[in-house]
Design a protein around this ligand. Structure first.
Ligand code: SAJ
Length: 503
């Protein structure tokens, strides 16, 4: 862009020169890998990781400066990279670390670019209002030390309109500077998944959305050096916010479509998985059928909230412009409601199986007084992450109906398990959960549950002659369990649910 047509901000960027010093606010599972990759890039000289010296997470400062990752779980390459950039590996940075973690936010004034990777959880899953407090505090800290020619980038998942709206207002209020003239502002949503943080940042395409094209251009300068396979995808900040929320909304929608079809297959007495194979077989140019998998519900901190960020965005940015039939609910919110219905469906399947036993034993068997072994507290197969687990509403509803529910999960740490209701606990002792159970209900498709032996489980259940198995993740072979004398129910298994009881 030639000087006479460039904006004031472009001139500030040119005067400042290429980005050399970077600040990353929020040393969590998004900020840490991002900071390390910036620090490892030869294009940049210095990276500050900003972390509040709070009781809950201040410990990360010393750990990171000692070259140790404070993140749980395996993150390939991260430990080595941290040691390298802080100069603890005896390598080229030993004299002058390229990365330093600090709680001194005034060092933001030294930065050419500052990214914010602060989570935006829901205050209360019921009201779906995001808790922006931590993010707002981070934005205020940046505003306080913002200097002309600095680029500010939000990486957190936010409601469309936040970057050019609330974030811009706070930064301008705190700094007295003007976004798009004195400093740059953009949104570059994170797309990382635990277990592959570095790989995702390097290989996923990076959406980069500035409040104007000058800001977008400067943000591309920041992310370009850390991409290996990934490509830069420039757009406006609001389009970037919609992209992030929409990509998760669409996944939730696809899962809901599979769940609804599974419920239909159950009602029609057919096997969803036959239908899925059939639908999936339609391939060829221009044909796409992204048919996903039905299950006991949708958990996690992405899909359970991003739909509502998108809905809030259109309500705030385009309430009068939106042309939508008054009598039709949002497809996306309906998808959320379908997915949130699945734990209730799991309970209905459990009730129906208990009732079937009651018939052959000439007694009424209901949830009241039933002993339920709930297998799988994590929201994802072979994961210790239980945030917003669909097992939680099932647990609450079963308890409310008078059942005794014991929870097993071989992955979740019983001491730190998320969302465990008052009075409940998660154990890794499978035998203690199965002993005397009337019903075994599988909520997570952990590999440990794929090798359960029906006869062994039945011996442990002991009590009743025909225990129940409810498979929420298609990990139990119906004929094996039915053959062992179980009353089987499975999501999508209309061909097996209601079978004749054997033995
Ligand atoms: N689920 C189903 N059926 C499916 C797929 C998932 O019921 O076919 C359930 C899972 O059991 C889980 C929930 O949905 O309870 C979410 O599963 P997920 O595989 O979407 O995992 P998440 O929530 O960790 O989603 C993340 C997202 N990644 C980012 O936000 C960067 C999402 O955009 C990715 O598409 C997803 O990982 C992924 O593909 O692994």
């Amino acid at each position: 862009m030639s000087t006479n047509t460039s904006t004031k901000l472009q001139q500030l960027f040119e005067t400042r020169g290429p980005i050399k010093t970077i600040g990353v606010i929020g040393m969590g599972y998004v900020g840490i890998p991002a900071a390390m990759l910036f620090a490892d890039a030869p294009e940049f000289d210095q990276v500050y990781g900003f972390q509040r010296a709070s009781k809950s997470s201040g410990y990360k400062i010393a750990m990171l400066n000692a070259g140790v990752s404070p993140l749980k779980g395996e993150e390939p390459g991260l430990e080595v990279l941290i040691a390298k950039v802080v100069g603890k590996d005896g390598g080229e940075n030993s004299g002058k670390p390229k990365f330093t973690c600090t709680s001194d936010f005034s060092k933001i004034a030294e930065c050419d670019a500052v990214t914010l990777a602060i989570q935006t959880p829901f205050e209360n899953p019921k009201d779906l209002i995001p808790n922006f407090t931590p993010l707002i505090e981070g934005i205020r800290n940046v505003g306080r030390y913002l200097t002309p020619g600095t680029l500010v980038i939000l990486e957190s998942t936010i409601t469309p309109g936040t970057t050019a709206g609330m974030a811009r207002e706070i930064l301008e209020e705190e700094s007295g500077l003007v976004a798009g003239e004195d400093f740059g502002l953009a949104h570059a949503p994170e797309r990382v998944m635990v277990g592959r943080l570095l790989k995702n940042i390097q290989e996923h395409d990076r959406i980069v959305g500035g409040i104007d094209t000058v800001c977008t251009g400067r943000a591309c300068e920041l992310y370009g050096p850390v991409l290996t396979k990934g490509q830069l995808i420039p757009m406006s900040s609001t389009a970037a916010e919609v992209t992030k929320t929409a990509e998760n909304t669409f996944r939730d929608l696809q899962i809901a479509a599979a769940n609804q079809l599974a419920l239909y297959c159950e009602a029609m007495g057919i096997n969803f998985y036959d239908v899925r194979t059939g639908v999936d077989s339609l391939k060829g140019e221009g044909i796409t059928r992204a048919i996903l998998w039905p299950g006991a519900g949708v958990g996690g901190h992405c899909l359970t909230k991003d739909t509502y960020h998108l809905e809030r965005g259109v309500q705030q940015l385009g309430p009068d412009a939106l042309d939508w039939p008054d009598d039709i609910a949002s497809l996306y919110v309906s998808s959320r409601l379908i997915n949130d219905f699945m734990p209730a469906h799991m309970l209905h399947l459990t009730e129906s199986a208990l009732a079937q036993i009651g018939k052959i034993e000439n007694k009424t068997k209901t949830l009241a007084g039933a002993k339920i072994a709930l297998l799988g507290w994590a929201f994802l197969n072979d994961s210790d992450d239980a945030r917003n687990t669909p097992a939680e509403p099932f647990y609450e509803a079963a308890r409310a109906a008078g059942a005794e529910v014991r929870i097993h999960d071989p992955w979740v740490d019983p001491e730190t398990a998320a969302d465990v209701p008052e009075g409940a606990d998660v154990t890794r002792d499978l035998e203690s959960v199965l002993r005397g159970a009337d019903a075994v209900v599988i909520f997570a498709g952990h590999k440990e549950y794929r090798t359960l032996v029906p006869a062994e489980v039945k011996a442990l259940c002991g009590g009743c002659g025909h225990p129940v198995i409810v498979d929420g993740r298609n990990v139990a072979d119906p004929d094996e369990w039915i053959g062992a004398g179980y009353v089987y129910r499975g999501i999508g298994r209309g061909d097996k649910n209601g079978h004749q009881i054997i033995g």
